[in-house]
Design a protein around this ligand. Structure first.
Ligand code: ADP
Length: 542
């Protein structure tokens, strides 16, 4: 017997219809690439998303055709999120930090037909358009009078011209909720990038889950600043969850330096912000020397890379801001776990609580996870045993776009490529990417632990730990360190700093001071490149 409730497909258009009807006057504030601040309301997003849909219909774009963006977080990008997916096309957000060759490859692989871009990416589009014959319309996300003349880009129109003449009426189509809605390519540190192809259903379920109290806890009383980019995994789903909950949204555009982000937080009374550690490092780096405080910010979600304990401390102790550590990946839409305490932890002291906050957190309902050993056997949840982390759930990939890379699943589970422990309360902690884990004399050393300790030293700005070949131990860890400007730190001082914090055999063999740690397109440390830079390095003990 089937249930007798209405069978309405879960579609992204439903989110914008809801936002317009139920919190149409909710504010959307954007710092534009021109530098000024733009503000309007959810009802304006809905109206202009309908114009986008009409523009795509006018081009005779078919169901599931791809529309690409190369854009910062801003209101026009938001309109495309709803107009493109809501009308049945697939929004392909491209990471502008990728190499131009890779961008052209991705656009061709995705078979993009329209490319919408912020003017800051004009040179990039000029460099790639000749390599992308399938793109038949270029749309510059700007006013008509700012459209650059003589750019050499064919079929180029300003966004305002593109949608300006379109009707503001549109009947959102209904279709199978499993239809594709958006796509995002993984960074592809090895081989060609592969795309996760999200569906309307996966996106809506993820949007509900992301808003839950023990996840991002979003409400109509919040003002949210997604510093996480809309060009990578849908800014952790915040645009969708915001439409669902009716929070105010504040978009930083391309100004991600500490001063700009701080001014936006204070000026717009942001209560909640989300980003990767490198962005928060810039923010804290600006606030401390200038003696600044937050007057509205209550919590921040930090993920994408391990959050250094020193950062959690600084936010909590110095600024009274709760840090929620999150873990996920492109293939998971992206949220998998979030770290919030349970009731029983509230009676614990700050040190005990800190041990929990450092973990990547508990699985969000909708994601199941397990750790497995070398033979695929499931390992115990004791907080000590580490193994390969596998996940499954309705917003986890089943297969990559066009079947690239074959079947990624193992008995229905997706291997994340991360190595982790899970404790008896279900808190997962990432030890490493499986390719970064350091194997010394048959034992594993966590590069994240070594980096976290270095980062807690007051003279260290950034630290990356990699394994180096060793004739006896296979590999030994060394740590590459960027010193804070104006500080002096010696190798010996830092090595001494490790004493008593980890077992002696886990202490790195050496410290290498560098000017910068290479970062990838999503702001993560690129250890492959660091290893290349250190290829002539010899361990002192080898
Ligand atoms: P890519 O760089 O492949 O595009 P994603 O953005 O999908 O990657 O990143 C996924 C990976 O980032 C995870 O598998 C994990 O290794 C790492 N990661 C994400 N969040 C955290 C976190 N909180 N702590 C440690 N590692 C994290």
């Amino acid at each position: 017997m089937l249930g007798l409730m209405q069978n309405q497909p879960l579609l992204i258009s439903g989110l914008i219809v809801h936002a317009e009807r139920h919190h149409g006057d909710g504010e959307i504030v954007s710092r534009r690439v021109e530098g000024d601040i733009h503000r309007y309301r959810w009802r304006d997003v809905a109206r202009r998303a309908r114009q986008v849909a009409n523009a795509l219909d006018g081009m005779k774009l078919l169901f599931s055709d791809r529309v690409a963006t190369l854009a910062w977080n801003g209101y026009r990008h938001l309109e495309l999120y709803f107009g493109v997916s809501g009308s049945g096309r697939v929004l392909h957000t491209i990471n502008p930090r990728l190499h131009p060759e890779q961008i052209a490859w991705i656009a061709n692989h995705a078979e993009d037909q329209v490319l919408c871009f912020d003017l800051s990416f004009l040179p990039l589009v000029q460099a790639v358009h000749a390599k992308c014959p399938g793109i038949r319309q270029y749309v510059a996300l700007c006013d008509a009078d700012r459209l650059p003349a003589g750019s050499g880009i064919p079929n180029l129109v300003s966004y305002e011209d593109w949608i300006g003449g379109q009707s503001t009426e549109y009947q959102w189509p209904s279709f199978d909720e499993n239809s594709a809605s958006s796509m995002c390519y993984t960074s592809g540190t090895t081989g060609n990038p592969k795309a996760a192809l999200y569906s309307h259903r996966s996106t809506i379920l993820h949007a509900y889950a992301a808003a839950l109290p023990d996840v991002m806890c979003l409400s109509a009383r919040d003002a949210v600043l997604p510093v996480v980019p809309m060009f990578h995994v849908n800014a952790w789903g915040i645009p969708y969850s915001a439409a669902l909950t009716g929070c105010k949204v504040v978009f930083p555009g391309g100004a991600l330096d500490g001063k700009s982000v701080y001014e936006l937080i204070e000026g717009e009374q942001v209560t909640y912000a989300a980003g990767v550690p490198t962005v928060w490092q810039m923010l804290l780096g600006h606030m401390k020397p200038n003696g600044l405080r937050f007057s509205s910010l209550k919590r921040t979600v930090i993920g994408g890379s391990a959050c250094p304990p020193a950062m959690i401390d600084a936010f909590r102790e110095d600024y009274g801001v709760d840090v929620l550590h999150a873990w996920g990946m492109t293939e998971m839409s992206p949220l998998g776990t979030l770290c919030t305490l349970k009731n029983k932890h509230l009676a614990q002291g700050p040190e005990e609580q800190m041990k929990i906050r450092l973990k990547q957190g508990r699985a969000i309902y909708g994601v199941d996870m397990k750790i497995v050993g070398d033979n695929g056997e499931e390992l115990p949840w004791d907080g000590r045993t580490y193994g390969d982390l596998y996940v499954k759930g309705p917003w986890v990939v089943r297969e990559y776009f066009k079947g690239e890379g074959g079947d990624p699943l193992v008995d229905g589970w997706f291997p994340t490529g991360d190595v982790a422990t899970i404790d008896a309360d279900g808190y997962m902690q990432i030890t490493d990417r499986s390719k970064d884990v350091i194997k010394s004399g048959g034992e594993w050393i966590s590069s994240i632990d070594i980096e976290n300790i270095a980062m807690s030293h007051p003279a260290v700005q950034m630290a990356a730990c990699v394994g180096m070949r060793h004739p006896k131990w296979d590999e030994r860890p060394i740590v590459a360190v960027v010193r804070k400007p104006g500080t002096e730190l010696t190798r010996e001082e830092l090595l001494k700093f490790y004493e008593g914090k980890i077992a002696k055999w886990q202490v790195p063999d050496d410290v290498v001071f560098v000017d910068a740690i290479p970062l990838g397109a999503t702001g993560k440390m690129l250890k492959t490149r660091l290893r290349e830079q250190l290829k002539d390095y010899k361990l002192p003990s080898a």
